[in-house]
Ligand binder design. Structure first.
Ligand SMILES: [Zn+2]
Length: 232
């Protein structure tokens, strides 16, 4: 089994909720094996819904608080108590030099020393997810520490499936049947993020994706990942 009580898993993701959507089942499974988990969200996940002149208004700050409270509650469900909120504006990550984002990730890696790192994949509609992936790619260029890390890309429903051309092709699957209900409970903490089916981020949508990924690997429900690098 890939997870045990010595496992240290670092998630570098763009927004609060990406962790539940892309890796909620994996996190619950890893946690049940005693793994240590840290989640770093680079951005805040609500500002894309606001015009630049609305940022720092009360409505924006209220929306921010709802998202952060949702994340804190989701962390309680997942049993994760090591996490940090970033302050990059949602869908405006490109306004920050990628070097700054890369350096922040390097610092996280040096401090936490993970043996598994989970991030986004670049086959995405969401520009923040792509920038996060590129910054992780730069921050994990091989050195004495990073070459030991298993690096995985997760799948975010919606933005990950709405691309016109290529589709995400996973090669690592986690059987999450045992953890699916709890994943949904964690997801339900993010108030206002769910829409009605066939929107992919609906309960039925997430179940459909889990079953689809399950069929690909011969289990009832799965989360899918892409292995970016492992050095054996
Ligand atoms: Zn996201």
């Amino acid at each position: 089994m890939i997870f045990n009580s010595n496992s240290k898993i670092l998630l570098i993701l763009a927004h609060p909720d990406d962790e539940v959507l892309g890796a909620g089942g994996l996190l619950l499974k890893a946690k049940s094996s005693g793994a240590k988990i840290r989640i770093v969200w680079l951005g805040e996940g609500v500002s894309a819904r606001f015009n630049p002149n609305e940022l720092n208004t009360k409505t924006y700050n209220d929306a921010l608080l709802i998202r952060e409270n949702g994340a804190r509650n989701a962390m309680k469900v997942l049993g994760v108590n090591d996490f940090s909120f970033g302050n990059l504006y949602c869908l405006r990550f490109d306004q920050t030099p990628i070097l700054e984002i890369t350096k922040l990730i390097e610092k996280e890696i040096n401090n936490f020393k993970p043996d598994i790192l989970i991030t986004h994949n670049p086959i995405e509609v969401n520009a923040d997810h792509i920038i996060t992936f590129k910054a992780v790619e730069a921050a994990t260029r091989p050195n004495f520490l990073t070459k030991k890390i298993i690096i995985l890309g997760c799948e975010i429903p919606c933005s990950g499936r709405w691309v016109f051309e290529k589709k995400f092709e996973p090669n690592v699957y986690i059987d999450i049947k045992e953890f699916f209900d709890k994943k949904m409970l964690a997801w339900s903490q993010y108030k206002g993020e769910e829409k009605d089916f066939p929107f992919p981020r609906s309960e039925r949508g997430l179940k459909t994706l889990a079953r689809f990924r399950g069929m690909e690997c011969g289990v009832e429900m799965a989360e899918a990942f892409k292995l970016w690098r492992i050095v054996l």
